[in-house]
Design a binder for this molecule. Structure first.
Ligand code: OAD
Ligand code: ZN
Length: 238
């Protein structure tokens, strides 16, 4: 572990063109469960699997049940950025890190002070009307009762990418651009199971691909450095 972290530290020290690509594992040390670990979101008992509830067609069909799940499972009060979020924000401020590309919807990178955050799957801290697209504060959606409605009568929805929905073209284009030009690409806290997000890393052309993830991923053999440790612990040492 120490030797690998030392290698990462060296790569970080030498570069001013680092890009970070992360997922749910970045926020577990803040107390937000990930999706696919044994005690993750997908292994909890619910009437439907989370991939179903978090889908566009389910949201249209049963918004009340969607919101029950959303408020109970996606909204977690009092969470704070952890050492991984905080170190990433510092690296950006030091002029070393160009962008954080995240699959997370929790807003913790921005809370830590990161400015250039590309949210591939959107954010539960934003809401808009599914009919007229008028933006709404997220508070009522995340903490209210029942199905939140717009003045036009449409249903207010979170600004997240549900299953069956495409990613935002502009966000994807910018993410590809950062990854393509990156000198060091650090991928952390993601099972790399969900496409198209996971496929973005194929755009990386360099020879400093670092994976920091507790469990193995399909890309372990492809990376130049693999660290199977907690990301907050690793980032507190680089
Ligand atoms: P997953 O739950 O699939 O993967 C999280 C990964 O993080 C797992 O491989 C864990 O081993 C690892 N992990 C957990 N805690 C960690 C820690 N402290 N340090 C390092 N690694 C840790 O989550 P994602 O890959 O983000 O999509 O999942 C991708 C997408 O699937 C999510 O954005 C979401 C979900 O369905 C949508 O909602 C559209
Ligand atoms: Zn409306």
């Amino acid at each position: 572990m120490e030797e690998k972290v030392a290698r990462l530290r060296e790569m970080v020290r030498e570069s001013d063109n680092i890009v970070f690509f992360g997922g749910a594992g970045v926020s577990t040390e803040s107390g937000i469960p990930d999706f696919r670990s044994v005690d993750g979101l997908y292994n909890q008992k619910w009437k439907y699997p989370p991939e179903t509830i978090l889908s566009h067609s389910f949201f249209e069909r049963d918004p009340a049940e969607y919101y029950r799940f959303h408020r109970e499972k996606l909204v977690i009060d009092g969470v704070k950025p952890n050492r991984a979020h905080l170190r990433l924000a510092e690296l950006e401020a030091e002029g070393k890190l160009r962008a954080v590309i995240t699959q997370n919807i929790d807003g913790l990178h921005q809370a830590a002070g990161s400015r250039n955050v590309l949210e591939l799957h959107g954010s539960i801290l934003r809401a808009y009307c599914s009919r007229c697209r008028r933006p709404y504060p997220a508070e009522k959606m995340n903490h209210g009762q029942g199905v939140p409605r717009c003045v036009c009568g449409g249903i207010i929805r979170p600004d997240i990418v549900l299953y069956e929905e495409p990613l935002d073209d502009d966000v994807v284009r910018r993410a590809v651009d950062y990854i393509r030009k990156a000198e060091v690409l650090i991928i952390g806290g993601t099972s790399l199971n969900v496409y198209p997000a996971a496929g973005l890393i194929n755009y990386y052309k360099g020879d400093k691909l670092v994976l920091v993830n507790l469990s193995e991923t399909p890309y372990d053999n492809y990376a130049d450095l693999v660290i199977h440790e907690k990301i907050g612990e690793v980032f507190s040492q680089i």
